[in-house]
Design a protein around this ligand. Structure first.
Ligand code: PMP
Length: 400
């Protein structure tokens, strides 16, 4: 029956983890997958999460199904985190929201909803490059995927002129995806001033902004600062849609906690939109998982735990930033050819190092250092114990 099924290619990111696992050298480093690691290179479960789990366990909770759109205590708090408590559409009760299977699920629900109901276009524009899963998610949701310029290889920075030109040349009312902060894979974000210009063009062209917010808090350690783009667009009257993930900022990766939300015109429109979100979700997975949403809701709605969580996010963000500085200093001290300022100026979990695919291969084979073939590294995989070994090997491979 399945003799005509061709073998599919391995996932470019998860494939790196497999190669890492198979390597027995004690010096090996995995910089492929975007999951936070502590100072000892170990997965990190937040204290606020452990405390929330204890609170939940002691309340002896049941395991009943959640409603189709999820745990209301969670989704209400999630949109407050994204839009800000003083957000006009939140106060007007016009933000429709559903819990989702982390950020990926939120993007998928968003793609499916827009594919079914957005009246003006079935095309979504993604930045080049973008997270590798964006294209298949939106294609499988039934949208046509196109791209706009984003990254300038020459400056290892934002191609702002190209981005603006491409936005201006898009058909009116088409859907555009933006990374709200900590762009993956490049670590290059527009500045607040640039976001304001982008917002103006989006308004002029009546484009439809879809924000993927997978790293709120992880970029700067400050939730409001990382939500600047989303909140600015909303303040300018854009009816944004937002996908949120709590994988990184709460370290809830495998618990699959996320939310998809849309700004609508008023509470009546919101009710109609939510009724259709249910119809999108029900045949996909019926209703979302419970445990992680309970943990997130407990943290978000508990003053003491929220503050503790905020501090832990700051700690993670700051550790990553300190690794950026150390890596930069090492590369410069070792006389590594090239300009390395981007290591420090890039934002969030990832750095687009500028290493070439052949160089990444050499690093894997000779130094047991694993990263994606595009030269992207997860900064969180670096720590005080391995950063000197890493810098030295990068320096050597660049020197050739
Ligand atoms: N969007 C971006 C840009 C991401 O980097 C990720 C995670 N790698 C996601 C969405 C979704 O991740 P998850 O489904 O684990 O929340």
């Amino acid at each position: 029956t399945w003799s005509a099924v061709p073998a599919g290619p391995p996932d470019p990111i998860l494939g790196v983890s497999e190669a890492f696992k198979a390597d027995k050298d004690p010096r090996k480093i995995n910089l492929g997958v975007g999951a936070y690691r502590d100072e000892h290179g170990k997965p990190y479960v937040l204290n606020s999460v452990k405390k929330a789990e204890n609170i939940i366990a002691s309340s002896n909770p049941d395991k009943e199904y959640l409603p189709i759109t999820g745990l209301a205590d969670f989704t209400k708090a999630a949109v407050k985190l994204a839009y800000g408590t003083d957000s006009a559409p939140l106060q007007a009760n016009s933000v429709a929201v559903t819990q989702s299977i982390s950020g990926t699920g939120a993007l998928r629900i968003g793609g499916a909803f827009l594919g079914r109901f957005y009246p003006h276009s079935k095309t979504i524009y993604l930045p080049t490059p973008s997270w590798g899963n964006h294209t298949p998610i939106f294609r499988d949701s039934g949208l046509e995927v196109k791209t706009y310029r984003y990254f300038d290889k020459k400056t290892v920075g934002l191609d702002f002129a190209g981005l603006k030109e491409d936005l201006k040349n898009m058909p009116e009312k088409t859907i555009v995806l933006f990374h709200a902060c900590a762009h993956n894979p490049t670590g290059v974000d527009p500045t607040p001033e640039q976001w304001k210009e982008i917002s103006d063009i989006v308004k002029e062209k009546q484009l439809f902004p879809f924000f993927d917010m997978a790293y709120q808090g992880f970029a700067s350690g400050d939730f409001a600062r990382d939500a600047f783009a989303v909140r600015h667009f909303v303040s300018q009257g854009h009816q944004v849609v937002v996908s949120q993930s709590f994988a990184k900022n709460m370290g809830l990766y495998g618990e699959r906690v996320g939310a998809f939300s849309l700004v609508t015109a008023d509470p009546e429109e919101k009710a109609r939109v939510e009724s259709q979100l249910k119809i999108v979700v029900r045949p996909m997975y019926s209703n979302p998982p419970l445990s992680g949403a309970r943990v997130a809701a407990t943290i978000l709605n508990h003053e003491g735990l929220y503050t503790e969580w905020e501090n832990e996010v700051k700690h993670m963000a700051n550790r990553i930033i300190s690794m950026r500085h150390k890596l930069y200093d090492n590369l410069v001290a070792q006389g590594t050819p090239g300009e390395w300022g981007h290591i420090k100026s890039q934002i969030g979990m990832f750095s687009f190092t500028g290493l070439t695919t052949p160089q990444t291969k050499i690093l894997a084979e000779k130094a047991h250092i694993y990263m994606t073939a595009d030269g992207r590294i997860s900064m969180a995989g670096l720590n005080g114990h391995n950063i000197d070994y890493f810098s030295e090997n990068v320096s050597n491979v660049v020197k050739g």
